[in-house]
Design a protein around this ligand. Structure first.
Ligand code: SF4
Ligand code: SF4
Length: 178
């Protein structure tokens, strides 16, 4: 993998699970912001943040969609909080082939939190009236994947969903049209 070192702003959303009340406003605004066209509708199933809810135990855990991974990991995590045992991978941020979370409901394409692109403050943070989400920025020197790597990840996700042959055929058809 080709990497390059760059100074960049690292954006962090801190989550205080004790303050989250499970209202799901974050899911609503995230899905509305990413609707096409923007704000034309909302569907929490398309949100890049999901709130794991256990109302009887007053437990709510917002989890933001992380990166797409091409294979499920070999080790699993299982959490028990206040005596309640959660399913394996319940709090994992990855969009992974082994489960439905963080995928577009129709296309199956991975959903990844993009920090609301160029918005001054992530919208889930802005809409969280309980202050369970807070936003921080800091400058750091980091290793960054080059654009080619991101393109490959996108193509790989499509190939996993539809099969490599179909993706190649579609690209060939598209290039004939041009
Ligand atoms: S908006 Fe805030 S309080 Fe409401 S579910 Fe999301 S994180 Fe929790
Ligand atoms: S930062 Fe933006 S894209 Fe990420 S989960 Fe929050 S609202 Fe969605």
């Amino acid at each position: 993998m080709e990497v390059e070192k760059k100074k960049k702003i690292v954006k962090t959303i801190k989550v205080d699970v004790d303050k989250c009340n499970g209202c799901r406003a974050c899911e609503v605004i995230c899905s509305a912001f990413h609707a096409a066209p923007k704000y034309s509708g909302n569907n929490p199933a398309r949100s890049r943040i999901r709130v794991i809810r256990e109302p009887l135990n007053d437990i709510y855990v917002p989890v933001r969609a992380g990166e797409y991974v091409k294979a499920e990991c070999t080790g699993r995590e299982k959490y028990t909080i206040d005596g309640k045992e959660y399913e394996e991978c319940a709090f994992c941020r990855a969009s992974c082939p082994s489960r439905e979370e963080f995928k577009e409901p129709d296309s199956g394409l991975p959903l990844t939190c993009d920090m609301c692109e160029d918005e001054e403050e992530p919208l889930c943070v802005k809409w969280c009236l309980a202050d369970a989400l807070t936003y921080e920025e800091r400058e750091e020197e980091v290793e960054e994947e080059v654009e080619q790597e991101k393109l490959e990840i996108g193509l790989e996700a499509l190939a996993n969903e539809y099969g490599l042959e179909k993706v190649v055929d579609t690209i060939a058809r598209m290039s004939e049209k041009d």
